[in-house]
Design a protein around this ligand. Structure first.
Ligand SMILES: Cc1ncc(COP(=O)(O)O)c(C=O)c1O
Length: 479
């Protein structure tokens, strides 16, 4: 078959056939076809093994570009792409924004004390790293089942049996790229437009955005410093409407460290069951509770895993594995299947190497307990230092957190003296004037507060708290 001679966009003549598509060339393009740039299909190009590529006689012309766009003047610069409404409405994570600012400031030579990041500063334990290395060396570098390697799903189910006496099977487990993806997937399969999802406030920064990305709207249920930031079931019942289809509860809580009381949790689960609502229970910090407090998991409230609860957890904090991206969701088989289906079209399986590392971690409870105990003891020392230092600053109110590794301090009494409008401005001034990075409470829905992370060395905490105290006491600098 003969192909028309055409010139490509660079003016070079081509004798080859035009790049092809299966469908017909649209009528509107046909008259302009010769004026359009086209890409040549390299007929006759040698292929490996000496074969030659034959043109498909059924192929049709594909314009490489459509010429000048009708809605843009020729001399007008190309506009940036239009963002979807979804993306445009999305607020970037404040915690990562603070980290970026702190890094940028440090790059200018400022001695920054970073109390912003919610990331363990401990290395991943050797026995876990070794399992990851073994995975690479033995070639476990291929796709796994979308829902995760069966052995890892079994090991996660076994963790719940061991720690909480809950009977689960691998069909109740989905392995994800971190707890974040587990919560995200759950929101996607459970909620939709018109739904409301209740969030106890202060909430983890990503919850409201994940709810919005599902099409639903967040419904905020406040908790108070005076009641130790504890979620209270009757507050939820009071605020909920008939559109409230879900609750996201995080215990121990980021940013407050509050641990939900068992009776309150029971009442919230009962409320969900009575209301045809679902609960996502995020227990990312399940191993980090102080003063011997036990972790209460929503799954342990019933003999069978409650159909209306999705538990989310991760290897990220327990084994200091944030960068490995490994988490999980626990739910009924039907919900796990729905989430796996969703994941099959987004990220597929979590990293095969991280899955083997997590399997190594979960298969060795003795070494895990030892590693966790070491980290917890160190976090405990830092907690005392940070909270006693902050609470001693006039105008600062701060409770000892029961879990996680954050101090959530009410600094609003300093706003007037520092002439700031709220927590964002407070943190900006704190960073620029003292080099201490912290996350504004408004990112968590509580503008009176600031979150200080004690996942930082003790010396940094002492230095940081000292700088904050001196700054709080100093008169306001004129601009
Ligand atoms: C409450 C909460 N949930 C989920 C996550 C995300 O965990 P991962 O890193 O495993 O995705 C975090 C991380 O800081 C968190 O604080």
């Amino acid at each position: 078959m003969d192909f028309p001679r055409v010139h490509d966009a660079s003016g070079v003549r081509s004798d080859g056939p035009l790049r092809a598509v299966a469908g017909p060339v649209r009528g509107a393009f046909a008259p302009r076809r010769n004026a359009l740039a086209v890409r040549r299909l390299d007929r006759g190009r040698a292929l490996p093994g000496g074969a030659r590529k034959e043109a498909d006689p059924g192929l049709r012309l594909l314009p490489a570009r459509l010429g000048a766009a009708e809605d843009r003047a020729p001399d007008e610069p190309v506009r940036p792409p239009r963002l979807s409404r979804r993306a445009a409405a999305l607020a970037p994570s404040s915690t990562t924004a603070v980290a970026r600012k702190a890094k940028a400031l440090a790059a200018t030579g400022v001695d920054v004390v970073d109390l912003g990041l919610g990331e363990p500063d401990f290395p991943t334990p050797d026995f876990v790293g070794a399992a990851g290395i073994a995975a690479i060396e033995s070639g476990r570098t291929r796709y796994t089942d979308v829902a995760g390697e069966p052995a890892l799903r079994d090991a996660i189910a076994e963790k719940y049996r061991r720690e909480h006496g809950i009977a689960l099977s691998r069909e109740n487990v989905l392995v994800t790229a971190g707890a974040k993806q587990a919560v995200f997937n759950a929101c996607q399969v459970l909620f939709e437009a018109e739904d409301e999802v209740a969030l106890f406030c202060p909430y983890w920064v990503s919850f409201p955005e994940m709810v919005r990305l599902s099409g639903a709207s967040p419904l905020y249920v406040p908790t108070e410093l005076e009641t130790h930031w504890k979620p209270i079931a009757s507050d939820l019942a009071e605020r909920a409407t008939e559109r409230t289809r879900g609750v996201i509860l995080n215990s121990p809580n980021n940013p407050t460290g509050a641990v939900v009381e068992r009776e309150q949790l029971e009442s919230i689960v009962e409320w969900c069951e009575a209301r045809d609502s679902c609960m996502i229970f995020d227990e990312t910090y399940d191993r980090f509770l102080y003063d011997g407090r036990p972790h209460v998991t929503a799954a342990s409230l019933r003999e069978e895993h409650p159909d209306r609860i999705v538990l989310t957890g991760a290897a990220s904090k327990t084994w200091a594995m944030t960068g490995w991206r490994l988490g999980w969701a626990i739910a009924s088989r039907e919900l796990i299947d729905a989430m796996a289906s969703y994941q099959s079209h987004s990220t597929s399986n979590a990293s095969s190497i991280s899955q083997r590392a997590a399997l190594g971690a979960l298969s060795d409870p003795a070494q895990t307990d030892e590693a966790v105990a070491r980290m917890l003891a160190e976090y405990g020392r830092r907690r005392e230092t940070m909270v006693s230092g902050l609470a001693a600053i006039p105008g600062v109110r701060c409770l000892l957190p029961e879990g996680a590794f954050y101090a959530f301090a009410d600094v609003s009494a300093l706003y007037g003296a520092k002439q700031v409008a709220g927590s964002a401005e407070f943190c900006e001034r704190l960073l620029s004037e003292t080099g201490v990075a912290a996350v504004p409470g408004d990112a968590f829905g509580e503008d009176d507060c600031v979150r200080f992370s004690f996942a930082a060395p003790l010396a940094s905490i002492e230095e940081g708290v000292g700088r904050i105290a001196a700054w709080a006491a100093a008169p306001v600098r004129s601009a």
